[in-house]
Every structure is written in C-alpha cells, then in structure tokens.
Write a protein that binds this ligand. Structure first.
Ligand code: C2E
Ligand code: CA
Ligand code: CA
Ligand code: CA
Length: 279
C-alpha cells in the first residue's frame, strides 16, 4: 500500500486540533470552576511515625466538576500553569488554607501547621511573599504555622527573583519544604543555597522500599543530608505498616500516606483533629 503523506498530515492536524480544543475547553471550565466555587481543599495528615500523632496537614486541591466529577490535580494543575490561571488559583489555595486554619483555631481545635503547594509559575507571576504576608495578616496566622512546598523543578528556571522571594519568605518565618526530593535535578546545590526546613522523600522511593536495598540507601542518604542542613524529613506514600518500620529504622520520623489517611474534605479533617484532641 502507498503511504500518503498529505492524508497523514491532515489526520495529524485534526488530532492536534481536537487536543487543543479539549485543552481550551477544560481551561475555560477551570476558570469558571474558580468563580463558581467548585474548587475545594482536602487535607492529608502528616504523622509522627513513632507516636502516630498528627503533626501537620498537607492541603491538596480538588476540582469537583458538576458533570465530570472529580478531575485529578495531575490533570488540571498543568493546564492552570499553562494558562497562568495558577495565579488566581494559587491565591485561592493560600487564602483558603489560612481561613481554614483560623476557623479550626476559633473552634478550639488543637491546630497543626498546614502545608500548601506552590508552583514555579506563581513565583514567575510575582508577589508571592506579599501575598503570603497579607494572608497571614488577614487571618491572624503565625508564619511558622504555614509551610510552603515547592518542587525542585522551580530551580530549573532559577533566577535572582526566585532567590529573593525564597529569602524573603524565610525571613518572614514561614517554613519551606522541598517536595518530591530526588526526582528532580541537581538537588544538592540548591540545598546549600537556600534554607529548607523540610525535605519530602518522594513516594516512588517509599514504594520501592520492599523491593531491595536501592531505595533504602536513598532514604538513608536523604536523612543524612537533611540532618546536615537541619531540616525535617517527611516520607511520602506510606501505604503499609512495613513502610513505617523501615523508614523509622532509616532515621525518618515523619510520614504521610494512605496507611494513615487519604486526603479528606475539610469537615472530616476537623473530625480527625477533634478525635486527636480527645486522646
Ligand atoms: P504532591 O504535592 O506530591 O502531593 C502528594 C500526592 O500524593 C497527592 O496526590 C496525594 O493524594 C498523593 N498521596 C498521598 N499519600 C499517598 C499514598 O500513600 N500513595 C499514593 N500513591 N499517593 C499518595 P494529588 O492530591 O492527586 O496531587 C497530585 C499533585 O498535584 C501534587 O503532588 C501536587 O504536585 C499537585 N497539587 C495538588 N494540589 C495543589 C495545589 O494546591 N497547588 C499546586 N501548585 N499543586 C497542587
Ligand atoms: Ca506536596
Ligand atoms: Ca523557616
Ligand atoms: Ca510530593
């Protein structure tokens, strides 16, 4: 049979068109979702592995679309980043987390610090320290109650502005956490350049712990590095009690994962805090 390049090209552009339309559609829907209050923050506990107590929470964004149901952040965050919608969405996340924290405190709950995720694009859009300062002031939150999780990928476009922002945030007293550690690039140099309060071991390492010595060596190395810079270590993706035993043995004291709890809606999170207070 003859190969027909013209036809192939048409098919190709049609397929591309379709994909672009999908992306544009979803981006439009996301913009609407922000205005229509379809975004929600879920909270997942971070646990002191030795005692089992909840010591902090990670806020994770959820989009519950009235027709399509839950659209995973892995799908819509990249769209939000491409369209710069991550600016207003990130502002919403920051303020909602602070608002929730304030509400828990006002309800007399034993409140733990909250971590939120920040995207590189938010730093590129600017004013992150100002926005953080404003949110802390508006909701009367102490800086050390807020942790900002950033992934190593922010350093791929490292610039003077980012450095200044991270330094301003550190000076403000909010905690900085390096997320998905070990999956990105040239991590060690950045650990030396910035002040991180916490390193999160990516769940891909934790899930490999039972499968041989390699992942264990990585976790052990991260614990040593963290100790050297005075940072806490959080092991992500703790799904089995065997993971707890292993990471504790390797010197990691905090963990997060389905074994303890999936991310839960805010009312359920209140209940978790309330139950813990009763202990
Ligand atoms: P992440 O920051 O690494 O968040 C941890 C992800 O691992 C979450 O997925 C969480 O639900 C999941 N997880 C927690 N425990 C376990 C476990 O034991 N096993 C497994 N397999 N997974 C576990 P989620 O909520 O789907 O979020 C995915 C990613 O989307 C996040 O990864 C983060 O990069 C991004 N994201 C979520 N919320 C926000 C946000 O508010 N802003 C920004 N910029 N990104 C966000
Ligand atoms: Ca995170
Ligand atoms: Ca700090
Ligand atoms: Ca992570």
């Amino acid at each position: 049979s003859q190969h027909n390049p013209a036809l192939t090209w048409t098919q190709y552009t049609k397929a591309l068109d379709h994909q672009t339309r999908e992306t544009v559609n979803l981006t439009t829907k996301l913009r609407h979702a922000l205005q229509a209050d379809q975004l929600e923050l879920y909270y997942q506990p971070q646990v002191d592995l030795a005692s089992g107590r909840i010591v902090s929470a990670e806020a994770l964004l959820r989009w519950n679309h009235p027709q399509a149901g839950f659209i995973p952040p892995g799908k819509f965050i990249p769209l939000a980043e491409q369209s710069q919608l991550i600016g207003p969405i990130g502002d919403w996340v920051l303020r909602r987390a602070c608002r929730d924290l304030r509400a828990w405190r006002d309800a007399g709950l034993l409140v733990t610090p909250v971590s939120i995720n920040l995207s590189l694009i938010q730093f590129q859009l600017g004013s992150v320290p100002d926005k953080v300062r404003q949110a802390l002031t508006d909701y009367n939150i102490a800086p050390e109650e807020l942790t900002l999780e950033i992934t190593e990928s922010v350093f791929e476009h490292q610039g003077q502005a980012l450095k200044q922002d991270l330094e301003a945030l550190t000076a403000m007293g909010v905690r900085l956490s390096l997320d998905d550690f070990g999956t990105g690039y040239s991590s060690l140099a950045h650990l030396n350049d910035y002040f991180f309060d916490e390193i999160k071991i990516d769940k891909s390492f934790v899930s490999q712990l039972d499968k041989g010595p390699y992942a264990q060596s990585i976790v052990k190395a991260v614990v040593v590095i963290a100790a050297a810079i005075g940072a806490d270590v959080v092991a992500e993706g703790i799904e089995w009690s065997s993971h707890i035993t292993t990471v504790l043995h390797l010197g990691c004291t905090k963990g997060q994962g389905y074994h303890f709890s999936r991310p839960v809606p805010e009312p359920r999170w209140r209940q978790l805090l309330f139950d813990q207070k009763a202990l």
